[in-house]
Every structure is written in C-alpha cells, then in structure tokens.
Ligand binder design. Structure first.
Ligand SMILES: C[S@@+](CC[C@H](N)C(=O)[O-])C[C@H]1O[C@@H](n2cnc3c(N)ncnc32)[C@H](O)[C@@H]1O
Length: 371
C-alpha cells in the first residue's frame, strides 16, 4: 500500500461507520497535498503523463479562445482573465501571446488552481515561453475580488469529486468506500443528507424509466451550486467559458450509460476501477451540462451559448488561424491538430462549450453557426 492509500485507510478506520463517501475518496485520491494525483511532482498531463488536453494538443485552441476574449474585452472595461485549473500553463501562454500581438493584453491574468505542483509547472512554462508576460500573471488561492472580464475553465468540472448514486426501481443508494485486510471495497447505503436526497429524486425524473428495472448507476456533483454561487459573488461583469466533455441530461442519462461515466486514466489507458493505482491515476466523470446550467442560473448567470467544441472553434476562425505559406511538415502537423480538436470521433462533439454571462448579454461569435 502506498502512503496515500494508507492515509485513506486510516481515515476510513477513524469514521464511526468505517466508510467514506466515494466523493471524499475521490477528493483524497486527487487533491491530498503532495500525494494526490494532481498534487505530486510527476505531471499528469501531456504526452509523458496519463492524458492530453486541448491546450496541449494545439495552440490553435487557445488562440480561438483569445479571439473570443478580444470580442468580450470590447464590451467590458478593464477586462482581466481568470483561468481556473490551468494545468501546465500552455493555454495561459498562448492566450497572452495572441492578445499581445493584437495589442489587447488583459489587465491581469489570474490563475486559480488547487494543485501546488501544477502552479509551479505553470510558472515554469510562462517563464520559458513568454517571460516578458510573467508580470501579468497572478496566482490566487481563492476567488479574486470584484473581477471583470473572461473566466475560462477547460476540463475543470470533470476533475471535481463526485458522488455516485445507484438507482433500482424505487430505491436509491449512495456509494461508499470501505477498507479491510483485502483492500478497498464498495458499499452502497441509503442517502442520509436531505439535500442530496432531493437532488437524487430530481435525477430519478430524468432517468430512462425502463432502465430502473435493472440497476442505473450515475454520478452527481453536489458542489456545483456552492461553486457557482462563490464565483458569481466575485464577478462584477464577466463571461464564463466552460469547456468539457459531457452532455445535456437527455443524453447524459441514456440507457447505455447505466454504469455511469466515471473513468480512470493511467499511463494513457482508460479503465473503470478507481480503487487501484490510488494517487497514480486520474479519476474523472463526464459533465451533466443540464445540472451545470441549473446551478449557474440559480447563481444569477444567464446562458449565452452552448455548442460543441468543433462548432465553437470553427465559428471563431480555427481554419484561417492555421495560416498560409506553411511548410509541408507544418501544414501536416496543423491539419492533424485541427482534426483532433474538431472531428466527431475525437474531441469535436463529445466536448461542449458553455458560455455564461454575469451582467453580460451580448451574442458571442463562438456560438454563431460556422457554416
Ligand atoms: C484535467 S486538468 C485540466 C487542466 C487544464 N485546464 C488543461 O486543459 O490542460 C484539471 C485541472 O483543474 C484543477 N482543478 C480541479 N478542481 C478545481 C477547482 N475547484 N478550482 C480550481 N482548479 C481546479 C486541477 O488542479 C487541474 O489543474
């Protein structure tokens, strides 16, 4: 057993019922300082890590976001950017470099990330690729005060700890993790928290009713509401762009997803067992965008747009950003990147972009039909 597994086992042993919720387990596995998956020296993202994200695939992705930022900056005075969960810092570099070329740098580029080791990686990357812009970047440990501008969260919501619910006919239970000499194990018990009970009942309405004859397992992120409320309270005027893999509820609660969407990524391989490689593998769940929209609108955001990543990037001119007069090799490399970002079989359709406005109602170019 590694040190993190031991700590989690001890935590379970010290609880009255010898169990912790799956959400607590996921939080420890990902975010325990120095030991959690996102908090170690070994970097999880990129070709030497366990998975690759859009900003690591191509600078074109970040340049499209920068184009959307330019438009927003025209309507919000003294705009800054707040990037949540900035990973390796590539998006920050590419957005800042693009905006600099357009003479439209933000007042500040704030980064809020739970992981200290990723914060170090971000600083190193900015120092390496755009040292002259380092002074623009401010790392935060909590929401900024009176923020105006653009908030970006790429693949952040899928990295938030989730609870797991198991529905069967009239019954609904919550997943817990136990520990014994045999190792970690699952246990399902009735839900005791009344707020979670209410959320589970709401989900039941969206489930395919014939799937309830068998078991239907799904995830829920109960922290969405407080998270959006916290964000909203710190914004004066802003657009929030949330980019992630997931669906609206009609697709999310599909009969084919009766085992839920929780996935583990270990050395570029995907599998479904979160109780192995603890602290060494990513744990992630697809995003229920209907739940996100509900939590956001309750927190006084309005929906400015919702579309696929492909449609968003193409509407922002992804193809003309790729440039002219390229060598054959560069042309081939960019064509591959564009395919990866936009093809339905790659990131193009599974990934969605949701734009939320706080005191902002103008149409955004990313949501205009690209063709
Ligand atoms: C899957 S990685 C994506 C990183 C980066 N955005 C990218 O696209 O490469 C998830 C990131 O979100 C961060 N994160 C997770 N929950 C967060 C939260 N509540 N606030 C800020 N950052 C968070 C993690 O530390 C990590 O940097």
């Amino acid at each position: 057993m590694n040190e993190l597994s031991q700590q989690i086992a001890e935590r379970i042993a010290n609880t009255p019922e010898q169990k912790i919720s799956f959400r607590e387990f996921m939080r420890h596995a990902l975010y325990t300082p120095n030991l959690g998956y996102y908090c170690q020296n070994r970097l999880p993202i990129g070709e030497s890590g366990d998975f690759v994200t859009a900003p690591e695939i191509s600078a074109l992705f970040s340049q499209c976001l920068a184009r959307q930022a330019l438009e927003i900056f025209k309507h919000i005075p003294d705009s800054s950017i707040l990037e949540l969960g900035a990973g390796l810092g590539s998006l920050a570099c590419d957005v800042l470099l693009y905006l600099e070329k357009e003479n439209s740098l933000p007042v500040q580029y704030f980064i809020l990330d739970l992981s200290g080791s990723l914060q170090c990686a971000q600083k190193e990357r900015i120092q390496q690729y755009c040292p002259h812009l380092l002074s623009k970047v401010v790392w935060l440990s909590t929401w900024p005060e009176n923020f105006s501008g653009l908030v970006i969260a790429n693949e952040v919501l899928d990295a938030m700890p989730v609870d797991i619910l198991r529905f069967k006919q009239e019954d609904c239970q919550l997943a817990f993790i136990t520990h014994s000499a045999k190792g970690f194990d699952w246990r399902y018990d009735p839900i005791e928290d009344p707020d979670l009970q209410k959320m589970a009942e709401d989900i039941r309405e969206s489930l395919p009713q014939d799937a309830l004859e068998q078991e239907y397992i799904t995830e829920i992120n109960p922290t969405l509401s407080p998270w959006f409320k916290g964000l909203s309270e710190h914004l004066v005027q802003a657009v929030v762009l949330i980019i992630d893999y997931g669906f609206l509820e009609t697709e999310y609660y599909h009969p084919d997803r009766s085992m839920g969407t929780l996935m583990c990524h270990y050395q570029q391989q995907a599998h479904a067992d979160p109780l192995i490689h603890i602290g060494q593998q990513d744990l992630t769940a697809h995003v229920d965008f209907s739940a996100v929209i509900k939590a956001a609108t309750q927190a006084e955001f309005n929906v400015l747009g919702y579309t696929t990543q492909a449609s968003f990037l193409l509407a922002l001119g992804l193809l003309d950003l790729a440039g002219e007069n390229l060598s054959l090799i560069d042309h081939y490399a960019l064509a591959q990147q564009i395919k990866y970002l936009t093809l339905p079989s790659e990131m193009g359709e599974l990934f969605k972009v949701l734009a939320l406005g706080k005191n902002y109602t103008l149409t955004l170019s990313g949501f205009k039909k690209p063709y």
